[in-house]
Design a protein around this ligand. Structure first.
Ligand code: NDP
Length: 603
């Protein structure tokens, strides 16, 4: 961890001014519309480079549970259902295997940025010991496959299959599922995991369609072109190549060290620097792991991480990393306040102080590591740490000391133009053989666009219409008028962003218990009442302001490209449980274990 900087060195007004200037420079009228639809403009970018497509006959049968998405959510729900004795479960997945995000993201250096012990689902159930504190992508994919095999989820799964229609059939209390492979089958229950970041997006840079060289998006890494592999084998085919990478978010931070070592010339086109703190990854010692992996260990670690990470008092910090450090610092600052001074205003000021200190340390790190002073300066992030996804990496800054690696800072403006031969920044053309788009994924576009289908519930009501004025759920999972449907995501639930899988594993447990309860008691339908949905939304409205998503932040997907979520009607707008993520998980556990499922009708 970086060292604490003394508060006295802070010029808070100057920092506030600098943050505002840097944000204003980046605000754009077109917001999210600056990105172009990949399916429309570059459909080839969405092809699966990893698994061959195999023909199969359309499926027309009935299953007890269908789950749309074969990532962590589907796998954990499938596993929990299997444990509850419900094995007639079908996962439908657009990729060629399980894994979701980790099926697609195989770029060099990809790894989890939350500690493996709390990030990887079902470690205890599968008996897997993570090899590193932050494991690399191939091991995460293997854990997905392990879950799939152990809980027999492969037999009934449909891969390379995209759902095109999901319609409630009132007459027999079932969902009809239609797909792009001609399938038309029914399921009594449907789970969906829309996935927060799975539709790649491309910047609408003038001339993007003109480039004559090679190009791809990081989520479909072209190892045929670059050489190497996701396990870190050098990208040997780039030794004579000039490459530009566009974007410097969390993906870039992980793959740039590999590119910088391999390319003849690498141009990193930066619009906004990421904050990059120390990672401190290390292999796991099996003897140490044996000691901690006593029954119930993963639940304990999950709860401990969430408690530390959401600023709650905890006796110990098991994970001890940049995430818990961040929260503990804020908490320590707040605890310095006298009881009579504990006002929201003072607490926000304490938060700001802590953040200034932390960000000063992170900025100082660029000078300590990067040899070229201008590059070091250009790599400094001028915003609060939670304005963008905080990054942690031990090799990223060092990559700029490689002789062939050049930071092309665009001073917040982005790449100006793309030509047949390369990229233009500040009027200067950089000729390249390949452009890699590390430009992220759609957030804030309509839910049904990202899902690829609209859900049609009772009386033909579409989910997009039901949510036209904003997302309405109980727990982020249950929607009135959409019986036997479970949506698995974080919004309007715990809203825990840092360790996203914690939300998903909890939801999987809930769904399995509810389906089992219905089966054991002969119920055909499960539906939340409109009143319960109203009451839940009313409760959420009492939540304190969220730390992320503020319009005072530099633009990005956290704050709807600077416009804020306000009245956008987009699901991300809503916050989480007012008492915080830990309290939510406790509440949820009691809610489902009581067997009453308050607010939800079984019939
Ligand atoms: P991001 O959306 O975070 O980054 C996209 C990048 O593209 C930004 O740097 C953006 O700049 C830049 N960009 C967009 N348009 C232009 C333009 N016209 N010119 C130049 N640059 C441009 O995508 P990532 O794929 O990096 O990360 C997405 C998310 O995925 C992360 O935030 C994280 O939640 C998750 N992730 C998680 C990892 C993990 O380990 N668990 C690893 C990697 C990603 P600007 O900032 O100015 O908009």
């Amino acid at each position: 961890m970086t060292q604490q900087a003394p508060t006295t060195t802070l010029d808070k007004d100057a920092l506030r001014k600098k943050y505002a200037q840097e944000r204003d420079k980046r605000l754009r009228e077109d917001g999210n519309d600056q990105y172009i639809n990949v399916a429309e403009h570059f459909p080839e970018y969405l092809e699966d480079p990893y698994t061959e497509f195999t023909e199969r006959a359309p499926v027309t049968d009935h299953v007890t549970v269908a789950f749309i998405g074969g990532g962590f959510s589907g796998l954990v729900t499938g596993a929990r259902l299997a444990e509850a004795g419900i094995s007639d479960v079908r996962l439908i997945e657009k990729g060629g295997d399980f894994g979701g995000t980790w099926y697609w993201n195989r770029y060099p250096g990809a790894q989890c940025d939350t500690a493996s012990f709390v990030y990887l689902p079902l470690l205890e159930e599968t008996g897997h010991m993570p090899s590193e504190k932050y494991v690399h992508a191939p091991e995460i994919l293997e854990q997905c496959q392990r879950i799939g095999k152990q809980f027999n989820l492969y037999d009934n799964a449909l891969f390379h299959t995209e759902v095109t229609g999901l319609t409630w059939q009132e007459q027999d209390s079932r969902w009809l599922i239609e797909t792009n492979r001609g399938d038309r089958f029914t399921a009594q229950y449907v789970g969906t995991a829309p996935g927060p970041l799975h539709v790649p997006k491309l910047p609408g840079i003038d001339g993007i369609e003109r480039f004559q060289g090679h190009s791809f998006h990081t989520s479909r890494w072209d190892y045929d072109y670059t050489g190497g592999d996701p396990r870190g084998k050098p990208l040997d085919k780039l030794a004579d190549k000039r490459v530009a990478i566009i974007g410097t978010g969390a993906t870039s931070v992980q793959c740039i060290p590999h590119l910088a070592r391999a390319c003849k010339t690498l141009y990193v086109c930066q619009r906004t620097p990421s904050s990059v703190d120390v990672r401190d990854n290390h292999p796991i010692d099996p003897d140490w792991f044996k000691e901690i992996a006593t029954p119930g260990w993963q639940k304990r670690w999950l709860e401990n991480f969430t408690a530390n990470q959401t600023g709650q008092a905890a006796d110990e910090d098991l994970v001890q990393d940049g995430w818990t450090d961040l929260s503990k610092r804020v908490r320590a600052k707040i605890m310095e306040l006298a009881p009579e001074d504990m006002t929201v205003e003072n607490m926000m000021a304490a938060y700001e102080d802590s953040d200034f200190e932390k960000m000063n340390e992170i900025r100082a790190r660029t000078n300590a590591v990067v040899q070229d002073p201008q590059t070091a300066d250009d790599l400094k992030a001028w915003y609060q740490q939670l304005c963008k996804r905080p990054c942690f990496h031990d090799d990223y800054l060092n990559a700029y000391n490689e002789p062939g690696c050049h930071l092309i800072d665009t001073d917040g403006k982005g790449v100006e133009r793309i030509t047949e031969k390369g990229v233009v920044v500040g009027g200067k053309e950089y000729e390249v053989d390949c452009i890699i788009y590390a430009s992220g994924f759609e957030v804030g576009t309509p839910f049904e666009r990202r899902a690829g289908y609209d859900t049609v519930g009772r009386d033909g009501v579409k989910l997009s219409d039901y949510w036209a004025d904003g997302m309405r759920t109980k727990h982020g999972t249950h929607v009135h008028g959409f019986p036997n449907l479970f949506i698995v995501q974080a919004t309007q639930g715990a809203n825990l962003i840092s360790n996203y899988p914690h939300n998903l594993t909890e939801a999987g447990t809930t769904i399995a218990l509810m389906v089992k309860h219905a089966r054991d008691n002969g119920f055909q339908e499960i539906e939340v009442s409109r009143e319960a949905e109203d009451a839940w939304l009313e409760l959420l409205s009492q939540a304190p302001p969220m730390m992320i998503g503020s319009t005072l932040c530099t633009p990005g997907y956290y704050n709807n490209e600077g416009k804020g979520w306000g009245d956008s009607g987009v699901p991300v707008a809503a916050g989480g449980y007012p008492a915080g993520a830990m309290a939510y998980f406790q509440y949820l556990d009691e809610w489902r274990r009581s067997g009453k499922f308050d607010g939800v009708e079984f019939r």
